[in-house]
Design a protein around this ligand. Structure first.
Ligand SMILES: NC(=O)c1ccc[n+]([C@@H]2O[C@H](COP(=O)([O-])OP(=O)(O)OC[C@H]3O[C@@H](n4cnc5c(N)ncnc54)[C@H](OP(=O)(O)O)[C@@H]3O)[C@@H](O)[C@H]2O)c1
Length: 325
């Protein structure tokens, strides 16, 4: 029977260091996937890896468990794959496993049930083609294959059409569209060779409504539909499928850069969502997990809106004027 499990699969998640991408990385890892997250900031990326490992330890082990991770890429919880075996101070604070030397203590770590799946961060600006090329080479070199590619990294500028800065326009195309394409360009050969690939693209309801950010945002998000269509058209016979998730309003750093997190603002935002609440990153991650799993293996080419009904939000009606005779 097919399961909601990603055992033996490798996922790459662009923009996996915050917001929706981070939630997707967490739920994939929880479901036994090897995960590589991509972002521009090393500290943010490494913190995200630690946070996911920490949550995993808390889920899997009792409070007295002694766990160690290596402060390095490609470690499992016991640091077995790293070759370095340096204790991570943050993790040891969480687990109470502190040693004076800070060295890997195999007597302790050998007692830890092995967690097979790996979690890593790769620094890359998806808007720079050479960065994407190197990141893909690193993924294939270290993880050997990619089963699931989540093209999530994205950005927005808020500018009126008449005020769009051409540099902002170009940057948004580079990040939101070219950034997604180049990951496919550099990973597709490997997916084709393995006869398997599952591509999940983060677009937005803005591609349909035109709302959100400036004009560059809906334009670049709509372009992803063409990207998905062509992947399916050309690569489905080679075992590669693609789907889109189009979120509405989701509570992430991207949203909070525009709207401060306070009761008054939140109440106003909630009024615009028929279901009465702002989406949580987990609302999107749940669908990503389903699409990533074999449960969805016959689904391709779908653009699934996850917005609490925001598309049906009725703006306050304009009072109709009495017809003049
Ligand atoms: N939140 C919403 O309401 C909403 C609604 C509809 C669609 N979406 C879409 O969902 C996706 C995720 O949104 P989010 O709200 O989670 O965004 P977010 O909170 O701003 O997080 C964006 C993530 O992408 C990374 N990122 C940004 N620019 C990058 C670049 N040039 N290269 C590499 N990584 C980059 C960020 O890490 P670094 O900054 O460290 O690089 C971060 O991990 C985006 O495509 C967005 O358009 C979001």
């Amino acid at each position: 029977m097919k399961e909601l499990d990603l055992n033996n699969k490798v996922a790459v998640i662009t923009g996996g260091t915050a917001g929706i991408g981070l939630a997707i990385a967490g739920i994939f890892y929880e479901h036994n996937c090897d995960v590589a997250i991509i972002g521009r900031e090393s500290k943010k990326g490494n913190d995200a890896v630690r946070e996911i490992l920490k949550q995993n330890i808390e889920r899997n082990f009792s409070a007295h468990s002694q766990a160690v991770i290596a402060d390095d890429s490609f470690c499992d919880v016991a640091g077995r794959n790293s070759g370095k075996g340096m204790l991570n101070p943050a993790m040891n604070m969480i687990t109470g496993n502190e040693t004076e030397t800070g060295k890997f203590d195999s007597a302790k770590t050998d007692k830890i049930p092995s967690i097979k799946n790996r979690m890593t961060f790769i620094k890359c600006d998806v808007g720079l083609r050479e960065d994407v090329k190197s990141a893909c080479e690193k993924v294939l070199n270290d993880l050997k294959k990619v089963d699931i590619l989540v093209l999530n990294a994205g950005m927005e500028f808020t500018e009126a059409i008449t005020e769009v800065d051409p540099e902002n326009w170009q940057r948004m195309l580079d990040v939101n569209v070219s950034g997604a394409f180049y990951f496919i360009r550099y990973l597709a050969d490997s997916m084709i060779a393995n006869k398997t690939g599952n591509i999940i693209i983060l677009s937005s309801v803005a591609a349909t409504t035109g709302a959100g950010g400036g004009i560059h945002y809906p334009v670049t998000k709509a372009a992803l539909k063409g990207l998905m269509a062509r992947i399916n058209y050309e690569l489905l016979p080679k075992g590669i499928r693609a789907n889109i998730i189009s979120p509405g309003m989701v509570d992430t750093p991207m949203l909070r850069r525009k709207y401060p997190d306070n009761d008054e603002v939140n109440a106003k935002l909630c009024q615009q969502v028929p279901m009465g609440r702002i989406g949580a990153p987990g609302d999107i991650a749940n669908l990503a997990l389903f699409l990533a799993s074999d449960l969805s293996s016959y689904i391709c080419g779908q653009d699934i809106i996850v917005d609490g009904g925001r598309l049906y939000y009725r703006r306050p009606p304009i009072t109709p004027q009495k017809a003049q005779k």
